[in-house]
Ligand binder design. Structure first.
Ligand code: PLP
Length: 430
């Protein structure tokens, strides 16, 4: 596989190089120079999830990981299903929350951890990542206990749900968590600063596990095929997939799946009030506003870091601009959507509800909708219980961490403070 830096065409990388580097020069994102079209789509869609995913990833990545390694990685990463449920006559949901931290980020996080630990062959690395909630948990669990890899997770203090925080801040060992007095964009900016800091980069061997890491994106391509495979054949060409979006990694993966030949009609980029992309798609003007806090906090992002990849897909002709539409849903409509779904017998959570609302009001005659269920409702228990007025039960993994203490270190939104903290705690064992 060959990747090119979207900001500097002379900076190219193999998959193994791109996964280790995370970002390229000038903080540019790596992007595939070619996207293979898959043959025999109907046959491919009939295969079981893991077997099909190995084929998809092999087509993208090629043989560079070595004999049998890709197969091993996928088998160890994708150990849980991605079922499609019908919520009404015309609308399905793809449930991506059956992994160990109950959110879709388990797919990418686990695939990345398995790939990276093999590519590094024991060389020390510090994974530095910012999370608006679910990334932290997925990355922490995926890397917990892997030798020679330290993980530092920044999150906006008080802006993610208490249970979400507990899921990653209670692990300890090689997992170091930092509560930043700021919002998610501040956290993301501090991560970028660290990657610009040669001393930190070299001495701590920094790597990012954000959705900017190409490995996470490629893993996510696989579950779109799994989604389509569960829809009746005659509906696939009429499918409208609505993706609850924050940093837009998930949507990027869906568009790559389409570029590889997966049958689907179009996509909806569904956001909360942080609507930079829906406004951009309407007006052509990129005008990020200050991030606002919402109940769908994993999508409280006003400067989505994967957007250049979507532009890249369009500019290079891999996908057509017209397949993408934006929708922004406010808090009131998010709550209405949650209640509507509950009336239909389906308990959801705010992120998926936004995607549901976006697609249910946008379907043309003959189209079928599918919204991605990006997290388990219990991860957003407070909101869901408030809106629905009834208690929901906690899955075992959440019940287990609920009573434990957070080990997170509190820091101001100041890069020098973070740098000092990292050197104090990691130098020597990094
Ligand atoms: C991360 C996350 C999103 C946003 O995904 P992106 O790939 O960043 O667009 C949506 N919903 C939930 C529950 C998430 O954790």
């Amino acid at each position: 596989m060959e990747l090119v830096n979207l900001k500097d065409a002379s900076d190219t990388a193999s998959f193994s190089q791109a996964i280790v580097r995370g970002l390229g020069k000038n903080q540019g994102l790596y992007f595939p120079t070619a996207i293979p079209k898959l043959a025999n789509m109907d046959q491919l869609l009939e295969k079981p999830f893991v077997e099909r995913s190995i084929e998809i990833l092999h087509a993208l990545i090629g043989d560079e990981l070595g004999d049998g390694v890709l197969q091993e990685v996928v088998e160890q990463a994708f150990t849980f299903p991605a079922p499609v449920e019908k919520v009404s006559d015309d609308i399905y949901t793809l449930e991506l929350f059956h992994g160990p931290t109950l959110a879709f980020k388990d797919f990418g996080g686990r695939f990345m951890a398995q790939c990276l630990s093999r590519i590094l062959e024991g060389k020390p690395v510090t994974i530095l990542t910012a999370t608006s909630g679910d990334t932290g948990a997925a990355v922490a669990h995926a890397f917990h206990g892997i030798e020679n890899i330290n993980v530092v997770i920044l999150f906006p203090d008080g802006k993610i749900s208490p249970l979400q925080e507990k899921l990653f801040s209670t692990l300890g060992d090689n997992i170091h968590t930092v509560a930043i007095d700021g919002d998610f964009d501040d956290c993301q900016a501090m991560v970028k600063r660290a990657f610009d800091d040669k001393q930190a980069r070299d001495e701590l061997h920094l790597n990012s596990a954000n959705s900017i890491n190409i490995s996470r994106l490629l893993a996510q391509v696989c579950y779109y095929f799994e989604a389509v495979s569960q829809v009746p054949e005659n509906e696939r060409e009429h499918l409208v997939i609505s993706v609850p979006s924050g940093n837009f990694g998930n949507l990027t993966a869906g568009l790559i799946a389409q570029a590889m030949g997966m049958p689907v009609k179009r996509f909806i980029a569904a956001t909360n009030l942080n609507d930079t992309v829906p406004r951009y798609l309407k007006t052509g003007e990129w005008d990020p506003k200050k991030t606002v806090a919402t109940t769908s906090n994993a999508m409280d992002v006003s400067q989505p870091n994967n957007w250049p990849r979507i532009e890249g897909l369009i500019e290079r002709g891999f996908v057509d601009k017209d397949v993408l539409k934006g929708e922004s849903i406010d808090e009131q409509y998010t709550q209405m959507a949650l209640r509507q779904l509950a009336q239909a017998g389906y308990t959801s959570e705010p992120h998926a509800a936004i995607a549901y609302r976006s697609v249910s009001h946008d379907l043309a005659p003959g189209e079928k909708g599918m919204f991605l269920g990006t997290a388990h409702p219990a991860k957003f228990r407070e909101t869901v219980e408030n809106v629905l007025g009834q208690p929901i039960s906690l899955p075992k993994i959440l019940a287990d961490v609920a009573g434990e203490d957070s080990l997170a270190k509190k820091l101001p939104a100041d890069y020098e403070a973070l740098k000092k903290h990292m050197f104090d705690t990691l130098k020597g064992n990094a």
